[in-house]
Design a binder for this molecule. Structure first.
Ligand SMILES: O=C(O)c1ccccc1N[C@@H]1O[C@H](COP(=O)(O)O)[C@@H](O)[C@H]1O
Length: 208
């Protein structure tokens, strides 16, 4: 079964709805480089509202280590996710499981980065270009994904209710991650689009 992460939560009610609809994980964005950024207290409220067995993820992009520590201390997310030029060693310093995003907008030139994070629990392949923020709604050429990524492959970038079933059938990821594709405006989730996204993943799973 493909795991589903709904990212860029800014409201407790949206995160609770994602959990009720069957999302396995929700994400909150802390980096200043995002239109979905939440303040520390809001991140803490969203994380604290999640029921058992829904993984909470905090996103950063080339942020200060002190911000990451503060978020870990005050919001207590289960996983960290890094989107910038952070190294494997830098990501490891917090002693918390982490995901590393890889910008696939550069095409095959991005592939060496997949070898650079041996300690990441998962590699989130996103459609944006190097140095750009995620949450861009950009897809990439899924045929570039190496076939041996197994449970480390988290597919992101421009996924939506319209294309996620094809993505699951073609790329066979461990998990899919969506932000803009289930929103009515940045940071505001659309209940119908979230429900349609999760249903599309489950239908594609049934065919696998
Ligand atoms: O969502 C953001 O604003 C964001 C900012 C900086 C780094 C990462 C960000 N989001 C991540 O990007 C993926 C894909 O987004 P989309 O579905 O293409 O809109 C999203 O799921 C987050 O993990």
């Amino acid at each position: 079964m493909t795991r589903i992460k709904c990212c860029g939560m800014t409201r407790v009610e949206d995160a609770l709805l994602a959990a009720r609809l069957g999302a396995d994980a929700i994400g909150v964005v802390l980096t200043a480089r995002s239109k979905r950024r939440v303040a520390l207290d809001q991140a803490a409220s969203i994380v604290a509202a999640m029921p058992a067995f829904v993984t909470t993820v905090a996103l950063f992009m080339d942020d200060d280590a002190e911000l990451v520590r503060q978020v870990l201390r005050d919001a207590r997310p289960d996983l960290l996710q890094f989107h910038g030029d952070e190294t494997d060693a830098w990501c490891q310093q917090f002693g918390q499981p982490f995901l590393k995003a890889v910008a696939m907008g550069e095409g095959a030139a991005a592939l060496p980065a997949l070898q650079a994070y041996p300690h990441a629990r998962g590699l989130l392949l996103d459609g944006h270009g190097a140095g750009e923020a995620g949450g861009s709604g950009k897809t990439f050429d899924w045929s570039l994904i190496p076939p041996d990524m197994g449970a480390r492959l988290i597919l992101a970038g421009g996924l939506s209710p319209a294309n996620v079933a094809s993505a699951v059938r073609e790329a066979r990821p461990w998990a899919v991650d969506v932000a803009s594709g289930v929103e009515s405006s940045p940071g505001i989730k659309d209940p119908a689009r979230m429900a349609a996204f999760i249903q599309a993943v489950r239908e594609a799973d049934a065919d696998r």
